[in-house]
Design a protein around this ligand. Structure first.
Ligand code: ATP
Ligand code: MG
Length: 567
Protein backbone atom coordinates (compact mmCIF):
# COMPACT_ATOMS: atom_id res chain seq x y z
CA UNK A 1 0.00 0.00 0.00
CA UNK A 2 1.20 3.49 -0.61
CA UNK A 3 0.99 5.22 2.71
CA UNK A 4 -1.66 7.77 1.89
CA UNK A 5 -1.07 10.21 4.68
CA UNK A 6 -4.44 11.24 6.04
CA UNK A 7 -3.81 14.91 5.35
CA UNK A 8 -3.40 14.23 1.64
CA UNK A 9 -6.65 12.33 1.24
CA UNK A 10 -8.87 14.87 -0.51
CA UNK A 11 -12.10 15.93 1.13
CA UNK A 12 -13.81 16.55 -2.17
CA UNK A 13 -12.02 14.42 -4.73
CA UNK A 14 -12.28 15.50 -8.35
CA UNK A 15 -14.82 13.70 -10.53
CA UNK A 16 -14.26 12.52 -14.06
CA UNK A 17 -15.30 9.65 -16.33
CA UNK A 18 -12.44 7.44 -15.12
CA UNK A 19 -13.30 7.89 -11.45
CA UNK A 20 -16.93 7.19 -12.37
CA UNK A 21 -15.91 3.89 -13.98
CA UNK A 22 -13.76 2.98 -10.98
CA UNK A 23 -16.62 3.73 -8.57
CA UNK A 24 -19.10 1.71 -10.62
CA UNK A 25 -16.67 -1.21 -10.82
CA UNK A 26 -16.29 -1.15 -7.07
CA UNK A 27 -20.06 -1.30 -6.63
CA UNK A 28 -20.52 -4.08 -9.19
CA UNK A 29 -17.65 -6.09 -7.76
CA UNK A 30 -15.75 -6.20 -11.05
CA UNK A 31 -12.01 -6.83 -10.49
CA UNK A 32 -12.92 -8.49 -7.19
CA UNK A 33 -14.04 -5.19 -5.71
CA UNK A 34 -10.50 -3.83 -5.84
CA UNK A 35 -8.77 -0.80 -7.33
CA UNK A 36 -5.11 -0.96 -8.24
CA UNK A 37 -3.54 1.58 -10.57
CA UNK A 38 0.00 2.13 -11.81
CA UNK A 39 2.16 4.84 -13.30
CA UNK A 40 4.39 3.19 -15.92
CA UNK A 41 7.11 5.54 -17.22
CA UNK A 42 9.81 4.34 -19.54
CA UNK A 43 13.14 5.38 -17.95
CA UNK A 44 14.36 7.00 -21.16
CA UNK A 45 14.25 10.62 -20.01
CA UNK A 46 13.05 12.91 -17.26
CA UNK A 47 9.38 13.37 -16.45
CA UNK A 48 7.52 16.39 -17.77
CA UNK A 49 4.34 18.23 -16.84
CA UNK A 50 2.32 15.84 -19.04
CA UNK A 51 3.48 12.97 -16.87
CA UNK A 52 2.34 14.95 -13.83
CA UNK A 53 -1.21 14.67 -15.15
CA UNK A 54 -0.92 10.89 -15.31
CA UNK A 55 0.79 10.73 -11.90
CA UNK A 56 -1.91 12.86 -10.28
CA UNK A 57 -4.59 10.67 -11.87
CA UNK A 58 -3.13 7.28 -10.94
CA UNK A 59 -1.80 8.18 -7.49
CA UNK A 60 -4.77 10.48 -6.88
CA UNK A 61 -7.20 7.58 -7.39
CA UNK A 62 -5.08 5.48 -5.04
CA UNK A 63 -5.34 8.15 -2.33
CA UNK A 64 -9.08 8.52 -2.81
CA UNK A 65 -9.80 4.79 -2.60
CA UNK A 66 -7.01 4.02 -0.11
CA UNK A 67 -5.70 1.56 -2.69
CA UNK A 68 -2.21 0.90 -4.03
CA UNK A 69 -0.58 2.58 -7.00
CA UNK A 70 2.50 0.96 -8.50
CA UNK A 71 5.45 2.80 -9.90
CA UNK A 72 6.51 0.57 -12.76
CA UNK A 73 9.50 1.22 -14.94
CA UNK A 74 8.55 0.10 -18.39
CA UNK A 75 12.08 -0.80 -19.33
CA UNK A 76 11.93 -3.21 -22.24
CA UNK A 77 14.00 -1.16 -24.69
CA UNK A 78 17.69 -1.61 -23.81
CA UNK A 79 19.08 1.07 -26.08
CA UNK A 80 17.37 4.11 -24.58
CA UNK A 81 17.05 3.42 -20.89
CA UNK A 82 19.28 4.31 -18.00
CA UNK A 83 19.48 4.19 -14.21
CA UNK A 84 19.93 7.98 -14.18
CA UNK A 85 16.33 8.29 -15.39
CA UNK A 86 15.05 5.74 -12.88
CA UNK A 87 16.48 7.79 -10.02
CA UNK A 88 15.23 11.08 -11.44
CA UNK A 89 11.71 9.72 -11.96
CA UNK A 90 11.53 8.53 -8.35
CA UNK A 91 12.71 11.92 -7.10
CA UNK A 92 10.09 13.70 -9.17
CA UNK A 93 7.15 11.49 -8.19
CA UNK A 94 8.10 11.90 -4.52
CA UNK A 95 8.50 15.63 -4.91
CA UNK A 96 5.00 15.82 -6.39
CA UNK A 97 3.89 14.36 -3.07
CA UNK A 98 3.11 10.76 -3.99
CA UNK A 99 4.26 7.57 -2.38
CA UNK A 100 4.34 4.14 -3.98
CA UNK A 101 5.29 2.52 -0.69
CA UNK A 102 6.89 -0.83 -1.51
CA UNK A 103 5.25 -0.96 -4.94
CA UNK A 104 8.13 -0.18 -7.25
CA UNK A 105 8.49 -2.61 -10.13
CA UNK A 106 10.45 -3.09 -13.31
CA UNK A 107 9.08 -4.71 -16.47
CA UNK A 108 12.60 -6.09 -16.94
CA UNK A 109 11.98 -8.25 -13.85
CA UNK A 110 9.23 -9.95 -15.85
CA UNK A 111 11.40 -10.95 -18.83
CA UNK A 112 11.29 -14.62 -17.86
CA UNK A 113 7.51 -14.59 -17.37
CA UNK A 114 7.00 -12.63 -20.57
CA UNK A 115 9.04 -15.26 -22.36
CA UNK A 116 6.92 -17.99 -20.78
CA UNK A 117 3.63 -16.44 -21.91
CA UNK A 118 5.06 -16.07 -25.42
CA UNK A 119 5.87 -19.79 -25.44
CA UNK A 120 2.30 -20.41 -24.32
CA UNK A 121 1.02 -18.41 -27.30
CA UNK A 122 3.22 -20.46 -29.63
CA UNK A 123 1.91 -23.73 -28.13
CA UNK A 124 -1.65 -22.57 -28.71
CA UNK A 125 -0.81 -21.82 -32.35
CA UNK A 126 -1.21 -18.10 -31.66
CA UNK A 127 2.32 -16.93 -32.33
CA UNK A 128 4.99 -17.75 -34.89
CA UNK A 129 8.55 -16.96 -35.76
CA UNK A 130 8.72 -14.91 -38.91
CA UNK A 131 11.83 -14.80 -41.08
CA UNK A 132 10.73 -11.89 -43.24
CA UNK A 133 12.90 -8.79 -42.99
CA UNK A 134 11.54 -5.69 -41.29
CA UNK A 135 10.92 -4.09 -44.70
CA UNK A 136 9.08 -7.14 -45.94
CA UNK A 137 6.93 -7.23 -42.84
CA UNK A 138 6.02 -3.62 -43.45
CA UNK A 139 5.16 -4.33 -47.09
CA UNK A 140 2.95 -7.22 -46.05
CA UNK A 141 1.12 -5.19 -43.47
CA UNK A 142 -1.17 -3.41 -45.95
CA UNK A 143 -2.71 -0.02 -45.36
CA UNK A 144 -5.79 1.46 -43.77
CA UNK A 145 -7.72 0.68 -46.97
CA UNK A 146 -5.99 -2.54 -48.06
CA UNK A 147 -5.76 -5.74 -46.06
CA UNK A 148 -2.35 -7.15 -45.21
CA UNK A 149 -0.86 -10.31 -46.70
CA UNK A 150 0.17 -13.36 -44.75
CA UNK A 151 3.84 -14.10 -44.31
CA UNK A 152 5.04 -17.31 -45.98
CA UNK A 153 6.33 -18.33 -42.54
CA UNK A 154 2.96 -17.94 -40.85
CA UNK A 155 2.13 -21.62 -40.98
CA UNK A 156 5.28 -22.99 -39.40
CA UNK A 157 4.45 -25.83 -37.02
CA UNK A 158 4.23 -25.30 -33.29
CA UNK A 159 7.31 -27.45 -32.77
CA UNK A 160 9.33 -25.52 -35.30
CA UNK A 161 8.26 -22.22 -33.70
CA UNK A 162 9.13 -23.46 -30.21
CA UNK A 163 12.54 -24.49 -31.46
CA UNK A 164 13.17 -21.25 -33.37
CA UNK A 165 12.04 -19.04 -30.47
CA UNK A 166 14.36 -20.90 -28.08
CA UNK A 167 17.19 -20.39 -30.56
CA UNK A 168 16.31 -16.70 -30.85
CA UNK A 169 16.77 -16.46 -27.11
CA UNK A 170 19.98 -18.49 -27.26
CA UNK A 171 21.48 -15.96 -29.63
CA UNK A 172 21.68 -18.15 -32.73
CA UNK A 173 20.27 -15.51 -35.06
CA UNK A 174 21.47 -12.11 -36.11
CA UNK A 175 19.67 -8.95 -34.97
CA UNK A 176 16.68 -8.29 -37.20
CA UNK A 177 16.77 -11.64 -38.98
CA UNK A 178 13.71 -13.12 -37.26
CA UNK A 179 10.93 -11.91 -34.99
CA UNK A 180 8.14 -13.53 -33.00
CA UNK A 181 4.69 -12.40 -34.13
CA UNK A 182 1.20 -12.92 -32.82
CA UNK A 183 -1.01 -14.87 -35.22
CA UNK A 184 -4.26 -12.90 -35.34
CA UNK A 185 -5.71 -11.56 -38.58
CA UNK A 186 -3.81 -10.02 -41.49
CA UNK A 187 -7.11 -8.70 -42.88
CA UNK A 188 -8.20 -6.96 -39.70
CA UNK A 189 -9.51 -3.45 -40.13
CA UNK A 190 -7.25 -2.54 -37.18
CA UNK A 191 -3.65 -2.59 -38.34
CA UNK A 192 -2.51 -3.28 -34.77
CA UNK A 193 -4.19 -6.70 -35.07
CA UNK A 194 -2.31 -7.71 -38.24
CA UNK A 195 0.06 -10.12 -36.56
CA UNK A 196 1.95 -7.57 -34.44
CA UNK A 197 5.53 -8.30 -33.48
CA UNK A 198 5.93 -9.62 -29.94
CA UNK A 199 9.71 -10.07 -29.74
CA UNK A 200 12.72 -8.86 -31.64
CA UNK A 201 16.40 -9.64 -31.40
CA UNK A 202 18.56 -6.82 -30.16
CA UNK A 203 22.09 -7.31 -28.91
CA UNK A 204 22.31 -4.37 -26.58
CA UNK A 205 23.31 -4.23 -22.94
CA UNK A 206 20.29 -3.52 -20.77
CA UNK A 207 20.95 -1.25 -17.80
CA UNK A 208 19.49 -3.86 -15.42
CA UNK A 209 19.68 -7.27 -17.08
CA UNK A 210 22.98 -6.53 -18.85
CA UNK A 211 23.59 -9.15 -21.55
CA UNK A 212 21.32 -11.79 -20.11
CA UNK A 213 18.87 -11.35 -22.96
CA UNK A 214 19.27 -10.69 -26.65
CA UNK A 215 15.53 -10.78 -27.35
CA UNK A 216 13.26 -8.08 -26.03
CA UNK A 217 9.45 -7.91 -25.89
CA UNK A 218 7.68 -5.02 -27.59
CA UNK A 219 5.74 -2.53 -25.54
CA UNK A 220 2.29 -3.61 -26.75
CA UNK A 221 2.96 -7.15 -25.59
CA UNK A 222 4.92 -6.39 -22.42
CA UNK A 223 2.45 -3.81 -21.14
CA UNK A 224 -0.73 -5.91 -20.71
CA UNK A 225 1.26 -8.80 -19.28
CA UNK A 226 3.03 -6.50 -16.80
CA UNK A 227 -0.31 -5.01 -15.77
CA UNK A 228 -1.75 -8.49 -15.24
CA UNK A 229 1.28 -9.75 -13.29
CA UNK A 230 0.86 -6.83 -10.90
CA UNK A 231 -2.89 -7.32 -10.53
CA UNK A 232 -3.68 -3.90 -11.95
CA UNK A 233 -7.44 -3.31 -12.23
CA UNK A 234 -7.56 -0.08 -14.23
CA UNK A 235 -4.76 0.54 -16.70
CA UNK A 236 -4.99 4.22 -17.53
CA UNK A 237 -3.20 5.42 -20.63
CA UNK A 238 -3.39 8.19 -23.18
CA UNK A 239 -5.65 8.28 -26.24
CA UNK A 240 -3.12 7.15 -28.81
CA UNK A 241 -3.42 3.67 -27.31
CA UNK A 242 -7.14 3.41 -28.01
CA UNK A 243 -6.51 1.49 -31.25
CA UNK A 244 -4.12 -0.77 -29.37
CA UNK A 245 -6.76 -1.83 -26.85
CA UNK A 246 -8.02 -4.81 -28.93
CA UNK A 247 -4.49 -6.21 -28.89
CA UNK A 248 -4.12 -5.45 -25.19
CA UNK A 249 -7.25 -7.52 -24.59
CA UNK A 250 -6.15 -10.22 -27.04
CA UNK A 251 -2.91 -10.78 -25.14
CA UNK A 252 -4.75 -11.10 -21.84
CA UNK A 253 -7.45 -13.36 -23.31
CA UNK A 254 -4.96 -15.72 -24.94
CA UNK A 255 -2.46 -16.21 -22.15
CA UNK A 256 -2.96 -17.73 -18.73
CA UNK A 257 -2.31 -14.48 -16.89
CA UNK A 258 -4.13 -14.27 -13.56
CA UNK A 259 -6.38 -11.30 -14.24
CA UNK A 260 -7.68 -9.00 -16.93
CA UNK A 261 -6.96 -5.34 -16.27
CA UNK A 262 -9.16 -2.80 -18.01
CA UNK A 263 -7.45 -0.30 -20.27
CA UNK A 264 -9.04 3.15 -20.22
CA UNK A 265 -7.75 5.99 -22.35
CA UNK A 266 -7.76 9.70 -21.55
CA UNK A 267 -6.54 12.80 -23.41
CA UNK A 268 -2.93 13.83 -23.02
CA UNK A 269 -2.06 17.16 -21.56
CA UNK A 270 -0.98 19.59 -24.28
CA UNK A 271 0.24 22.99 -23.10
CA UNK A 272 0.58 26.03 -25.32
CA UNK A 273 4.12 27.26 -26.05
CA UNK A 274 5.42 24.03 -24.57
CA UNK A 275 6.97 21.00 -26.17
CA UNK A 276 6.67 17.72 -24.35
CA UNK A 277 7.84 14.31 -25.41
CA UNK A 278 11.02 12.95 -23.94
CA UNK A 279 12.58 12.28 -27.32
CA UNK A 280 12.46 15.96 -28.23
CA UNK A 281 13.41 17.13 -24.75
CA UNK A 282 16.53 14.95 -24.98
CA UNK A 283 17.42 16.74 -28.22
CA UNK A 284 17.08 20.08 -26.43
CA UNK A 285 19.45 18.88 -23.69
CA UNK A 286 21.97 17.16 -25.94
CA UNK A 287 21.99 20.04 -28.42
CA UNK A 288 22.66 22.38 -25.47
CA UNK A 289 19.71 24.58 -26.34
CA UNK A 290 19.05 24.55 -22.59
CA UNK A 291 21.44 24.09 -19.69
CA UNK A 292 20.11 20.62 -18.83
CA UNK A 293 16.97 18.66 -17.96
CA UNK A 294 16.44 20.99 -15.01
CA UNK A 295 16.85 24.22 -16.93
CA UNK A 296 14.11 26.39 -15.41
CA UNK A 297 12.65 26.94 -18.90
CA UNK A 298 12.08 23.22 -19.43
CA UNK A 299 8.60 21.71 -18.94
CA UNK A 300 10.21 18.90 -16.94
CA UNK A 301 9.22 18.37 -13.32
CA UNK A 302 12.81 19.08 -12.27
CA UNK A 303 12.83 22.23 -14.42
CA UNK A 304 9.60 23.45 -12.81
CA UNK A 305 11.04 22.64 -9.38
CA UNK A 306 14.18 24.64 -10.06
CA UNK A 307 12.06 27.45 -11.48
CA UNK A 308 10.31 27.68 -8.12
CA UNK A 309 7.06 25.82 -8.73
CA UNK A 310 5.61 24.09 -5.69
CA UNK A 311 4.25 20.54 -5.80
CA UNK A 312 0.91 21.91 -4.59
CA UNK A 313 0.66 24.28 -7.53
CA UNK A 314 1.38 21.49 -10.03
CA UNK A 315 -1.19 19.22 -8.37
CA UNK A 316 -3.79 22.00 -8.29
CA UNK A 317 -3.15 22.67 -11.95
CA UNK A 318 -3.59 18.99 -12.82
CA UNK A 319 -6.77 18.82 -10.81
CA UNK A 320 -8.22 21.88 -12.51
CA UNK A 321 -7.50 20.81 -16.07
CA UNK A 322 -9.31 17.57 -15.28
CA UNK A 323 -9.38 14.27 -17.12
CA UNK A 324 -11.44 13.79 -20.26
CA UNK A 325 -11.53 11.90 -23.54
CA UNK A 326 -11.16 14.87 -25.85
CA UNK A 327 -7.78 16.30 -26.90
CA UNK A 328 -7.30 20.01 -26.28
CA UNK A 329 -4.55 22.52 -25.65
CA UNK A 330 -4.35 24.08 -22.22
CA UNK A 331 -3.19 27.69 -22.10
CA UNK A 332 0.11 27.85 -20.21
CA UNK A 333 -1.31 30.88 -18.38
CA UNK A 334 -3.28 28.33 -16.32
CA UNK A 335 -0.09 26.77 -15.00
CA UNK A 336 1.32 30.21 -14.20
CA UNK A 337 -1.91 31.14 -12.48
CA UNK A 338 -1.62 28.06 -10.26
CA UNK A 339 1.84 29.02 -8.99
CA UNK A 340 0.95 32.68 -8.53
CA UNK A 341 -2.06 31.72 -6.48
CA UNK A 342 -0.02 29.42 -4.25
CA UNK A 343 2.93 31.77 -3.77
CA UNK A 344 0.68 34.74 -3.12
CA UNK A 345 -0.37 33.08 0.09
CA UNK A 346 2.91 31.62 1.23
CA UNK A 347 5.83 33.58 -0.22
CA UNK A 348 7.34 36.21 2.08
CA UNK A 349 7.67 39.66 0.52
CA UNK A 350 11.14 41.13 0.24
CA UNK A 351 12.65 44.06 -1.61
CA UNK A 352 15.16 43.67 -4.41
CA UNK A 353 16.11 45.98 -7.22
CA UNK A 354 16.84 44.35 -10.55
CA UNK A 355 18.25 47.34 -12.44
CA UNK A 356 19.53 49.69 -9.75
CA UNK A 357 19.60 53.46 -9.96
CA UNK A 358 21.38 55.22 -7.12
CA UNK A 359 19.48 57.84 -5.10
CA UNK A 360 21.30 60.11 -2.64
CA UNK A 361 19.02 61.70 -0.04
CA UNK A 362 20.88 64.90 0.57
CA UNK A 363 19.09 65.98 3.75
CA UNK A 364 19.50 62.53 5.40
CA UNK A 365 22.35 62.46 7.96
CA UNK A 366 25.52 61.00 6.53
CA UNK A 367 26.49 57.71 8.14
CA UNK A 368 23.07 57.17 9.76
CA UNK A 369 21.24 53.89 9.26
CA UNK A 370 17.80 53.22 10.66
CA UNK A 371 15.76 50.07 10.61
CA UNK A 372 12.24 50.38 9.29
CA UNK A 373 9.53 47.78 9.91
CA UNK A 374 8.29 46.07 6.79
CA UNK A 375 5.34 43.66 6.57
CA UNK A 376 6.38 40.14 5.59
CA UNK A 377 3.16 39.05 3.92
CA UNK A 378 -0.06 41.07 3.76
CA UNK A 379 -1.89 37.80 2.91
CA UNK A 380 -0.69 36.12 6.09
CA UNK A 381 -1.00 38.14 9.28
CA UNK A 382 0.98 35.54 11.23
CA UNK A 383 4.03 36.28 9.05
CA UNK A 384 4.81 39.47 11.03
CA UNK A 385 7.29 42.17 10.11
CA UNK A 386 11.03 42.50 9.70
CA UNK A 387 13.58 45.27 9.95
CA UNK A 388 15.02 46.68 6.76
CA UNK A 389 17.92 49.17 6.90
CA UNK A 390 17.36 52.61 5.40
CA UNK A 391 20.14 55.09 4.77
CA UNK A 392 21.27 58.16 2.87
CA UNK A 393 22.15 56.25 -0.28
CA UNK A 394 19.60 53.88 -1.75
CA UNK A 395 18.88 52.02 -4.93
CA UNK A 396 15.57 52.16 -6.69
CA UNK A 397 14.50 50.46 -9.92
CA UNK A 398 15.79 52.32 -12.98
CA UNK A 399 12.34 51.89 -14.58
CA UNK A 400 10.77 53.79 -11.70
CA UNK A 401 12.38 57.04 -12.81
CA UNK A 402 11.79 59.10 -15.94
CA UNK A 403 13.38 62.42 -16.58
CA UNK A 404 10.70 63.55 -19.02
CA UNK A 405 7.70 61.52 -18.02
CA UNK A 406 4.53 61.24 -20.07
CA UNK A 407 1.33 62.42 -18.38
CA UNK A 408 0.34 59.10 -16.83
CA UNK A 409 3.72 58.33 -15.30
CA UNK A 410 3.23 58.60 -11.54
CA UNK A 411 6.55 57.30 -10.33
CA UNK A 412 9.67 59.35 -9.72
CA UNK A 413 10.66 62.27 -11.95
CA UNK A 414 12.30 65.64 -11.28
CA UNK A 415 10.30 67.60 -8.71
CA UNK A 416 7.89 64.71 -8.05
CA UNK A 417 7.30 63.07 -4.69
CA UNK A 418 6.81 59.32 -4.11
CA UNK A 419 6.66 56.98 -1.15
CA UNK A 420 9.44 54.51 -0.47
CA UNK A 421 7.70 51.40 0.84
CA UNK A 422 7.36 51.50 4.65
CA UNK A 423 10.01 54.27 4.87
CA UNK A 424 9.58 57.92 3.82
CA UNK A 425 8.32 60.23 1.12
CA UNK A 426 11.15 61.42 -1.08
CA UNK A 427 11.26 64.11 -3.76
CA UNK A 428 13.67 64.10 -6.68
CA UNK A 429 15.72 67.29 -6.61
CA UNK A 430 18.39 66.71 -9.22
CA UNK A 431 19.56 64.32 -11.92
CA UNK A 432 23.21 63.39 -12.40
CA UNK A 433 24.25 62.18 -15.85
CA UNK A 434 27.27 60.64 -17.47
CA UNK A 435 28.63 63.60 -19.47
CA UNK A 436 29.76 61.31 -22.29
CA UNK A 437 26.63 59.23 -22.80
CA UNK A 438 23.92 61.31 -21.21
CA UNK A 439 22.82 58.30 -19.20
CA UNK A 440 21.29 59.03 -15.82
CA UNK A 441 23.76 57.72 -13.23
CA UNK A 442 22.35 59.05 -10.00
CA UNK A 443 19.45 60.97 -8.52
CA UNK A 444 19.57 63.55 -5.78
CA UNK A 445 16.58 63.69 -3.50
CA UNK A 446 15.24 65.08 -0.26
CA UNK A 447 13.13 63.18 2.25
CA UNK A 448 10.44 64.35 4.63
CA UNK A 449 11.32 63.07 8.14
CA UNK A 450 7.67 63.53 9.16
CA UNK A 451 6.60 60.73 6.80
CA UNK A 452 8.39 57.90 8.62
CA UNK A 453 6.66 54.57 8.00
CA UNK A 454 5.33 55.89 4.70
CA UNK A 455 2.45 58.03 5.93
CA UNK A 456 2.23 61.78 5.78
CA UNK A 457 0.83 63.50 8.89
CA UNK A 458 -0.63 66.36 6.83
CA UNK A 459 -2.64 64.03 4.61
CA UNK A 460 -0.44 64.76 1.58
CA UNK A 461 -0.91 62.09 -1.10
CA UNK A 462 1.57 60.51 -3.45
CA UNK A 463 0.59 58.40 -6.40
CA UNK A 464 3.35 55.79 -6.27
CA UNK A 465 5.06 53.55 -3.76
CA UNK A 466 8.47 52.29 -4.82
CA UNK A 467 10.58 49.43 -3.54
CA UNK A 468 14.15 50.22 -2.60
CA UNK A 469 17.26 48.84 -0.90
CA UNK A 470 20.01 50.48 1.14
CA UNK A 471 23.09 50.89 -1.05
CA UNK A 472 25.41 50.29 1.87
CA UNK A 473 23.71 47.15 3.16
CA UNK A 474 22.26 45.60 -0.01
CA UNK A 475 23.49 42.22 -1.19
CA UNK A 476 24.69 41.71 -4.73
CA UNK A 477 22.57 39.25 -6.63
CA UNK A 478 22.26 37.67 -10.02
CA UNK A 479 18.69 37.44 -11.25
CA UNK A 480 17.60 35.22 -14.12
CA UNK A 481 14.43 36.22 -15.89
CA UNK A 482 12.71 33.59 -18.01
CA UNK A 483 10.31 33.81 -20.83
CA UNK A 484 8.70 31.12 -22.94
CA UNK A 485 11.18 28.80 -24.59
CA UNK A 486 9.30 28.88 -27.89
CA UNK A 487 7.72 31.73 -29.78
CA UNK A 488 4.93 29.64 -31.27
CA UNK A 489 2.01 27.94 -29.62
CA UNK A 490 2.63 24.42 -30.84
CA UNK A 491 6.36 23.88 -31.35
CA UNK A 492 5.99 20.10 -31.40
CA UNK A 493 3.97 20.37 -34.62
CA UNK A 494 6.92 21.94 -36.46
CA UNK A 495 9.50 19.82 -38.26
CA UNK A 496 12.18 22.17 -37.13
CA UNK A 497 11.02 23.39 -33.78
CA UNK A 498 14.53 24.75 -33.10
CA UNK A 499 13.79 27.55 -35.58
CA UNK A 500 11.15 28.74 -33.14
CA UNK A 501 13.24 28.96 -30.00
CA UNK A 502 12.69 32.28 -28.26
CA UNK A 503 16.07 34.08 -28.32
CA UNK A 504 14.96 36.11 -25.29
CA UNK A 505 13.86 33.21 -23.13
CA UNK A 506 16.67 33.90 -20.65
CA UNK A 507 17.84 37.30 -19.49
CA UNK A 508 20.55 37.43 -16.85
CA UNK A 509 20.82 40.52 -14.64
CA UNK A 510 24.17 40.49 -12.87
CA UNK A 511 23.95 43.80 -11.03
CA UNK A 512 20.82 43.28 -8.99
CA UNK A 513 20.64 44.31 -5.33
CA UNK A 514 18.68 42.55 -2.61
CA UNK A 515 17.78 43.53 0.93
CA UNK A 516 20.17 42.10 3.57
CA UNK A 517 17.61 39.74 5.11
CA UNK A 518 18.23 37.48 2.11
CA UNK A 519 21.79 36.71 3.23
CA UNK A 520 22.18 32.95 3.51
CA UNK A 521 18.84 32.20 1.82
CA UNK A 522 18.93 28.53 0.91
CA UNK A 523 18.46 27.11 -2.58
CA UNK A 524 14.80 26.61 -3.34
CA UNK A 525 13.55 29.32 -0.96
CA UNK A 526 10.75 31.32 -2.59
CA UNK A 527 9.95 35.02 -2.24
CA UNK A 528 7.86 37.71 -3.71
CA UNK A 529 10.11 40.56 -4.76
CA UNK A 530 7.78 43.48 -4.13
CA UNK A 531 6.24 44.77 -7.37
CA UNK A 532 8.38 42.43 -9.50
CA UNK A 533 7.15 38.87 -9.21
CA UNK A 534 7.91 35.60 -7.50
CA UNK A 535 11.51 34.47 -7.31
CA UNK A 536 13.38 31.51 -5.86
CA UNK A 537 16.97 30.96 -4.88
CA UNK A 538 18.74 28.93 -7.56
CA UNK A 539 20.97 25.95 -6.84
CA UNK A 540 23.86 27.87 -8.42
CA UNK A 541 23.93 30.05 -5.29
CA UNK A 542 26.75 29.57 -2.81
CA UNK A 543 27.92 31.21 0.42
CA UNK A 544 29.04 34.41 -1.25
CA UNK A 545 26.79 34.36 -4.27
CA UNK A 546 23.04 34.83 -4.52
CA UNK A 547 21.32 33.70 -7.69
CA UNK A 548 17.57 34.02 -8.16
CA UNK A 549 15.20 32.62 -10.74
CA UNK A 550 12.05 34.47 -11.56
CA UNK A 551 9.36 31.86 -11.17
CA UNK A 552 6.59 34.02 -12.57
CA UNK A 553 5.73 37.68 -12.87
CA UNK A 554 3.03 39.15 -10.64
CA UNK A 555 0.53 39.41 -13.46
CA UNK A 556 0.06 37.72 -16.77
CA UNK A 557 1.92 40.32 -18.82
CA UNK A 558 2.21 37.95 -21.77
CA UNK A 559 -1.54 38.00 -22.39
CA UNK A 560 -1.37 41.78 -22.62
CA UNK A 561 1.59 41.73 -24.98
CA UNK A 562 -0.14 39.23 -27.21
CA UNK A 563 -3.25 41.36 -27.33
CA UNK A 564 -1.34 44.49 -28.16
CA UNK A 565 0.74 42.84 -30.84
CA UNK A 566 -2.32 41.24 -32.37
CA UNK A 567 -1.07 37.67 -31.95
P1 ATP B 1 6.92 10.87 -23.96
O1 ATP B 1 6.50 11.00 -25.38
O2 ATP B 1 7.10 12.15 -23.27
O3 ATP B 1 8.08 9.96 -23.78
P2 ATP B 1 5.43 8.70 -23.17
O4 ATP B 1 3.96 8.50 -23.09
O5 ATP B 1 6.15 7.96 -24.21
O6 ATP B 1 5.67 10.23 -23.25
P3 ATP B 1 6.04 7.20 -20.86
O7 ATP B 1 7.24 7.19 -20.02
O8 ATP B 1 5.73 5.99 -21.64
O9 ATP B 1 6.14 8.45 -21.80
O10 ATP B 1 4.75 7.67 -20.04
C1 ATP B 1 4.38 7.23 -18.77
C2 ATP B 1 2.93 7.58 -18.60
O11 ATP B 1 2.72 8.98 -18.72
C3 ATP B 1 2.08 6.93 -19.67
O12 ATP B 1 0.99 6.28 -19.05
C4 ATP B 1 1.64 8.05 -20.55
O13 ATP B 1 0.39 7.82 -21.11
C5 ATP B 1 1.65 9.24 -19.60
N1 ATP B 1 1.87 10.49 -20.31
C6 ATP B 1 2.91 10.83 -21.09
N2 ATP B 1 2.75 12.06 -21.62
C7 ATP B 1 1.57 12.53 -21.15
C8 ATP B 1 0.82 13.73 -21.32
N3 ATP B 1 1.27 14.71 -22.11
N4 ATP B 1 -0.35 13.85 -20.67
C9 ATP B 1 -0.80 12.89 -19.87
N5 ATP B 1 -0.16 11.72 -19.67
C10 ATP B 1 1.01 11.53 -20.30
MG1 MG C 1 7.19 6.30 -24.41
Amino acid sequence: MPTPSADRRPEAPPRDFIRDIVSQDLVSGKHGGKVHTRFPPEPNGYLHIGHAKSICLNFGIALEYASPCNLRFDDTNPTKEDIEYVTAIQTDVKWLGFDWGSHVYFASDYFEQLYGFAVELIRKGKAYVDSLTADEIREHRGTLTEPGRESPYRHRSVDENIDLFARMRAGEFADGSVVLRAKIDMASGNINMRDPVLYRIRRATHYRTADQWCIYPLYDYAHPVSDAIEGITHSLCTLEFEDHRPFYDWVLDNTSVACHPQQIEFAKLNLSYTMMGKRKLIEMVQGQHVSGWDDPRMPTICGLRRRGYTPESVRNFCERIGVAKRENVVDIANLEHAIREDLNVRAPRVMAVLNPLKVVIENYPDGQVEEVDVINNPEDSSAGTRKVPFGRVLYIERDDFMEDPPKKFFRLSPGKEVRLRCAYFIKCTDVVKDPATGEVTELRASYDPATRGGDSPDGRKVKATLHWVSAERALDAEVRLYDRLFTIEDPAAEDNYLDHLNPHSLEVLRGAKAEPSLAGAHAGARYQFERLGYFCVDSDSSAGRLVFNRTVSLRDTWAKIQKNSGI
